[in-house]
Design a binder for this molecule. Structure first.
Ligand code: ZN
Length: 206
C-alpha cells in the first residue's frame, strides 16, 4: 500500500489474462501475509526454474487475489512465505492491470534518485520516506518463461525495487534509522501480542 497516487505510469504492461487460467485457479484463495519482524521475511528467494506449470499459475493467481484483497499495489512471494523470485504488481488506480515479474533483475538504474513515502503489507500502518533510483530497467520472465523488459519510473519504479528487496530478504524499514526501526518493531510486536490475545479469547469463548 502506498500513499502516493496520480503518478504517470509507463505504458508497458504484462497482464495475466485470467480467462486463460484453469478452473481451479478461478477460485479465489487468500494467502497469509507475514508481518515484520517475522524472521521468514529475511529469507533469500531462489529463482524459478520451471515455467508454465499449474503450480506457478496457482501461486501467481493466489498472490494477485491476496494483493488486491489487502489492498496493495505489490506483493513478493517472500511475503506469503514462498521463497521464490515471483512478484505481482498493479499500480493502476482501477487495479485492473496485473503485472507479473518472475526472476526479475535490474539491468540499469538512474543516477537520479527520489524519495517516496513507502508502506508495506508486511508492515501494516507504517509509512516512511525511502530514497531510491527514480528510474530502473528491469528484465524478467512471464509465467511461461518468456523474457521481457520494462523501463519503469514513478510509482512502478518504486514498487519494483521495493518488491525485489523482499526477494533479497530486505524489508523497507531497514532503510530507516535503527531508532525508527526499533520503534516500528516494538509497535508491531505489541499489536501482534494483542491479536494473539484476541484470538485466544475468541477460542476460549467457543
Ligand atoms: Zn513490502
Amino acid at each position: 500500500m502506498w500513499r502516493i497516487c496520480c503518478l504517470e505510469l509507463p505504458a508497458l504492461h504484462h497482464p495475466v489474462n485470467r480467462t486463460h487460467l484453469s478452473k481451479s485457479e478461478l477460485i479465489m484463495a487468500l494467502l497469509d501475509i507475514l508481518r515484520y519482524p517475522d524472521p521468514r521475511l529475511h529469507k533469500i528467494a531462489t529463482p524459478v526454474t520451471e515455467f508454465g506449470t499449474e503450480r506457478l499459475r496457482t501461486l501467481v493467481a493466489d498472490m494477485a487475489d491476496t494483493m488486491y484483497d489487502a489492498p496493495g499495489v505489490g506483493l513478493a512471494a517472500s511475503q506469503v512465505d514462498v521463497h521464490e523470485q515471483v512478484v505481482t504488481i498493479d499500480v493502476t488506480e482501477a487495479q485492473d492491470d496485473l503485472m507479473v515479474f518472475i526472476n526479475p533483475e535490474i539491468t540499469w538504474s538512474s543516477d537520479e534518485r527520489a524519495v517516496y513515502d513507502e508502506g508495506c503489507l508486511s508492515v501494516p500502518g507504517v509509512y516512511d520516506g525511502v530514497e531510491r533510483p527514480s528510474r530502473v530497467k528491469v528484465r524478467a520472465f512471464d509465467l511461461d518463461g518468456k523474457e521481457f523488459t520494462v523501463d519503469a519510473d514513478g510509482l512502478l519504479a518504486v514498487c519494483i525495487q521495493h518488491e525485489m528487496d523482499h526477494l533479497k530478504g530486505k524489508v523497507f524499514v531497514e532503510y530507516l534509522s535503527p531508532l525508527k526501526r526499533n520503534r516500528i518493531k516494538a509497535k508491531l510486536q505489541k499489536e501482534e501480542r494483542g491479536l494473539a490475545r484476541e484470538a485466544a479469547q475468541r477460542g476460549a469463548r467457543r
